[in-house]
Design a protein. Structure first.
Length: 206
């Protein structure tokens, strides 16, 4: 039996960029095969506005300082996308083609944004990524897949990005513990929480 893990996530969320990579790295050490499906949870719809790149920059600084991660090396506020919908369309199309392709594209668009400093709302950038995976260039308006993911996330009560679901069991950002104090964002890797999450994933695959 194939075990499926749904991840509702936004492309511009820095917590997803860190947390998803961490979870995928740990899943790679399991003997069991887990199908990871990254689904659209556009925060620009949740918040009625795209994420502010200046605010994201502060969060990235906190994540790098507190977690010691060597990520976000190409982050730029001047290439920040005005919308993630076209990139989410591309990821949805990729998952329709094949699960492995969908996951690869989901990671590629986040790497393009955070590690390469590219505007993943730009059609030329997305067309290049699409061609790399033999996919058509995405439409700018939300496609059926993105709209269906968002509706399903609302139905489930998704709390934010990234929100992991193993069947009906929810695990919000299981790799990280996030909070705030007088200095702003606080973040640390949640090793215990991640291990509990992995144990449930492993048990579901037996």
């Amino acid at each position: 039996m194939t075990t499926r893990l749904d991840v509702f996530a936004d492309i511009t969320c820095p917590f997803t960029h860190v947390g998803l990579k961490r979870v995928l790295d740990e899943l790679g050490h399991l003997d069991e095969h887990i199908d990871v499906v990254v689904r659209a949870w556009p925060l620009e719809w949740v918040n009625d506005a795209p994420l502010d790149p200046a605010a994201v920059e502060k969060k990235i600084g906190a994540l790098r300082d507190q977690l010691g991660v060597h990520l976000f090396t190409g982050f730029r506020t001047d290439t920040w996308p005005t919308s993630t919908i076209p990139a989410l369309n591309l990821a949805a199309t990729a998952f329709d083609a094949a699960g492995a392709t969908g996951l690869a594209v989901s990671l590629a668009v986040r790497d393009a944004l955070f590690e390469e400093g590219r505007d993943v709302g730009d059609q030329a950038v997305l067309t290049e990524i699409a061609e790399r995976f033999d996919l058509p260039a995405p439409e700018r308006e939300a496609g059926e897949g993105v709209r269906a993911d968002y509706a399903e996330g609302q139905r489930r009560g998704v709390r934010g990005s990234p929100d992991f679901w193993l069947g009906d069991a929810e695990f919000f950002c299981p790799a990280l513990t996030l909070g705030h104090d007088d200095g702003g964002l606080t973040a640390e890797f949640d090793s215990d929480g991640l291990q509990r999450f992995l144990e449930q994933v492993r048990a579901s695959a037996e």
